[in-house]
Design a binder for this molecule. Structure first.
Ligand SMILES: C[S@@+](CC[C@H](N)C(=O)[O-])C[C@H]1O[C@@H](n2cnc3c(N)ncnc32)[C@H](O)[C@@H]1O
Length: 232
């Protein structure tokens, strides 16, 4: 993603806690001017408010304490800036509870003890609550990846049938025209469906200006009294 955004003209900085991953990325990025930093998402090696936007893919949903990563992303995002990441929809999983049974062989688990397959999910109310706590505004939570680990499809079909379907779908998607059509469906159709349609979503948040919010929306009479006294 960093390379694609660099190609579109954005100045990118990448972070990973794995030296091996950064070394590999350093080779793959070629001549692109992308600043690479070694560090953890729980303690991002960056100044407060350093970036206009903080983006991750296939990352925060692998941690049960993802809220701490979100807090850290908010710290390094400028006021008014954007936080963008993919996450899991509990609305989708709620309609396919059988996939929690390991015998079904579904690739993701909500059990944090199942480290390699752990994939955290949350519902819209939770993300709204967490966003408020972190002084973030939810701009959008859109479903995406209709075919990727679709728990409802997996529940309806046997594990072997689901795997075979995905293998066949992947073969079709090697055809650029089919891949373009799938992208068209994702952008214009899947993203407008209710969240339960797919396992994953793309969440976009904006960092709010806390001082401006307090000034514009005094929440209580107590606050009014305090504000009048403070203003003299
Ligand atoms: C599933 S991969 C996704 C990589 C990349 N974002 C992509 O889309 O291809 C997850 C990445 O998170 C990195 N990682 C694991 N724990 C981390 C942590 N605490 N802080 C930062 N990166 C971490 C891993 O080294 C790995 O590169």
């Amino acid at each position: 993603m960093a390379m694609a955004l660099d190609d579109l003209g954005y100045q990118m900085t990448g972070c990973d806690s794995s030296e091996g991953m950064l070394e590999r990325f350093g080779i793959e990025k070629g001549a692109r001017d992308i600043d690479l930093r070694l560090g953890s998402g729980f303690k991002i090696p960056a100044e407060d408010e350093e970036f206009d936007a903080v983006i991750s893919r296939m990352f925060i949903q692998h941690f049960s304490d993802w809220k701490e990563i979100l807090r850290e992303k908010a710290r390094v995002t400028k006021t008014g800036g954007i936080i963008f990441y993919d996450f899991g929809n509990s609305e989708h999983l709620a309609l396919a509870p059988e996939v929690e049974n390991p015998e079904l062989g579904f690739p993701y688990s909500t059990d944090p003890a199942n480290i390699p397959s752990h994939y955290a999910v949350c519902d819209e109310a939770t993300i709204n609550k967490v966003a408020t706590e972190l002084n973030l505004e939810v701009l959008s939570i859109r479903p995406h990846g209709l075919l990727v680990a679709n728990a409802q499809f997996w529940q309806e079909s046997a594990a072997s049938e689901s795997r075979q379907f995905l293998a066949e779908a992947s073969k079709h998607l090697e055809n650029p025209a089919v891949a373009d059509f799938m992208m068209f469906l994702e952008e214009r159709f899947v993203s407008r469906m209710p969240k339960h349609i797919s396992y994953g979503n793309i969440t976009v948040l904006r960092k709010l200006d806390r001082a401006a919010m307090m000034y514009e929306k005094p929440k209580s009479t107590l606050f009014d009294k305090f504000w009048r006294k403070f203003k003299g």
